[in-house]
Design a protein around this ligand. Structure first.
Ligand code: BG6
Length: 279
């Protein structure tokens, strides 16, 4: 394995990056946000993640693309509307706890500098365990180190790289979803699951296996510990209003998020693991 820790100086600021290059894959991880930016397995050379060309890599704003870590809440805070969407660890500095070379993968363990913040008073240890081999494993471990139970929501908000949204389908979802674009109206999951407009859906199902098919390539997603799957694509009009999204960027990405949207209670001394494996 070759692991290099580099500091990329960028016009808007500085982000410390980890670059992992082993026999099986190449990946980059931003320590700002504990955020995986890219993952390309070497057996097929296909980039699995999408990163906006206009992503703000300034160590201040959330990064558009890769795998943002949404925690300890998903979406807007449920009572305090002044707080940032998707919690506060995606804009925290994270640090490397350890990095281990195994036979067929590299494991990197990261922690954020702070787990307590306005809007959440649980006493926790939060750990992100990233495994880079033929597949990418991402495990977010929420441990209750206090004496009171707490409830959190969150997501592994993965942006998948696709060739073209008009030739993309998702398999593995069924049942009903809540449509965030129609005041959470419950609707049946479309079959086949294709895209022709803005999409923002919370699927209240817990499939273990999902697949994104695009232009003959299939990306497989294995999920653990979730209570829902969120599917998001901003489409053309919304993309134009987003400063960190190219006008046509939406054509090349699809978010399929392994999520806890309904609330996960963690008892004192216990932990909850939210996991996504991408191949
Ligand atoms: C999705 C939400 O998870 O994230 C959408 O369902 C939201 O409603 C999207 O627009 C992007 O959020 P943000 O805060 O990164 O712009």
């Amino acid at each position: 394995m070759h692991l290099s820790q580099t500091t990329s100086s960028l016009p808007q600021g500085e982000i410390e990056m980890l670059v992992v290059d082993n026999d099986y894959a190449h990946a980059t991880i931003s320590l700002f946000g504990g955020h995986i930016l890219s993952f390309t397995p070497k057996h097929d050379g296909i980039q699995r993640l999408w990163l906006s060309k206009k992503a703000q890599l300034d160590a201040k704003h959330p990064i558009r693309g890769g795998i943002p870590i949404c925690w300890p809440w998903f979406g807007p805070h449920n009572t305090q509307t002044n707080l940032s969407a998707h919690g506060y660890v995606r804009t925290q500095a994270w640090h490397v706890v350890n990095c281990v070379d195994n036979d067929d993968h590299t494991t990197i363990c990261l922690k954020p500098s702070v787990t307590k913040g306005e809007g959440f008073d649980g006493k926790t240890q939060l750990t992100l365990i990233i495994s880079i081999g033929r597949e990418l494993g991402v495990k977010l471990v929420t441990e209750n180190t206090g004496e009171q139970p707490f409830t959190y929501t969150g997501a592994l908000h993965s942006y998948f790289h696709i060739e073209d949204i008009s030739d993309c389908t998702v398999t593995g979802l069924s049942g009903q979803y809540e449509d965030k674009l129609q005041a959470y109206k419950r609707l049946p999951t479309p079959m086949p699951y294709a895209f022709n407009s803005e999409t923002d859906r919370v699927h209240l199902v817990t499939p273990k296996e999902l697949a994104i098919k695009s232009n003959g390539h299939v990306t497989h997603i294995h999920s653990v510990g979730h209570d829902s799957i969120v599917v998001w694509n901003p489409w053309a009009e919304k993309s134009r209003t987003m400063h960190d999204m190219e006008d046509n960027g939406y054509r090349k990405m699809l978010c399929v998020e392994t999520s806890v949207t309904q609330g996960q209670t963690v008892l004192p001394g216990q932990q909850h693991v939210l996991e996504q494996v991408i191949r």
